[in-house]
Design a protein around this ligand. Structure first.
Ligand code: NDP
Length: 249
């Protein structure tokens, strides 16, 4: 394999669809060994097959990232297979929109447990590995919702603001260890993200909003992630906010 990330070991969470899937392919094309993880094993296997057919090295691992023990297993299996972790892409996330009043409070737990705690579990586990090897890059997939506040988005926004807060605090904690931190903040991207909204009216409104403009593609975000990952070692790209041209808010 050739490419700018040859032999780098990268873990991509939420790799069974959307941004994570496109990012896994993009990293593999750049020569990285990719660990792809999510809950849907059939999707992971299909993606692994595509990557192998193109000559890439891939390790699919089924895991629920909101469960700390399962995150630990992902890191341990990666180390057992390839000895280290150079890149962690914290991408798994859910967007269960809706107003606070009348919400299904289980939606809140799912969002915080995955978007915030799941992301932290991965960071917590890879930091000792990256510190020991003297380098590493952690990419956190946040959102425009981590920069703007909207009624009806309270808890999702809170999780993505948390991702940005964690990213900057983490940068300050680890820059001396040559570990780079990047927060990616996409606007509307055409993926399965709205499929999981539990409030039927909110789901319909969200789908209509997505359909009202030309969305970014998952590949657009994958390209952005590749940009951050392939800068020279002295360049720490901390934040990228990227919207569809037609998105005003
Ligand atoms: P998708 O719904 O297509 O992808 C979400 C991924 O997260 C899937 O691979 C899913 O896999 C995984 N996932 C969900 N729950 C869990 C869990 N408990 N454990 C492990 N994996 C899980 O949407 P996107 O690609 O759009 O989402 C990726 C990220 O991008 C999210 O963090 C989202 O917030 C963010 N984002 C998306 C935007 C958009 O407009 N699409 C805009 C801004 C940010 P599985 O179900 O198989 O577990």
């Amino acid at each position: 394999m050739t490419g700018k990330l040859v032999n780098k070991v990268a873990i991509i969470t939420g790799a069974s669809s959307g941004i994570g899937e496109a990012t896994a392919i993009a990293l593999s094309i750049e020569g990285a060994k990719v660990v792809i993880t999510a809950r849907r094993s059939d999707r992971l296997e299909a993606l692994a097959q595509r990557i192998r057919e193109k000559g890439g090295q891939v390790l699919p691992i089924v895991a629920d990232i909101s469960d700390e023990a399962q995150v630990q297993q992902v890191i341990e299996q990666t180390q057992a297979q390839w000895g280290t972790v150079d890149i962690l892409i914290n991408n798994a996330g859910v967007m269960l929109l809706g107003p606070i009043e009348g919400a299904d409070t289980e939606d809140w737990r799912r969002m915080f447990n995955l978007n915030v705690l799941g992301l932290l579990y991965g960071i917590h586990r890879v930091l000792p590995i990256m510190k020991a090897q003297g380098s590493g890059h952690i990419i956190n997939v946040s959102s425009v919702a981590g920069r703007v506040i909207k009624g009806g988005f309270a808890v999702y926004c809170a999780t993505k603001w948390s991702v940005n807060v964690i990213s900057e605090a983490l940068r300050q904690e680890v820059y001396k260890n040559n570990i780079r931190i990047t927060s990616i903040e996409p606007g509307l991207v055409e993926t399965e993200l709205t499929n999981h909204i539990t409030n039927a009216q909110v789901k319909e409104n969200a789908e209509n909003y997505y359909q009202s403009m030309k969305n970014l593609s998952s590949e657009d975000i994958a390209n952005t992630i590749i940009y951050a990952l392939t800068q020279p070692a002295h360049v720490n790209v901390n934040e990228i906010l990227i919207r569809p041209t037609e998105q005003g808010d």
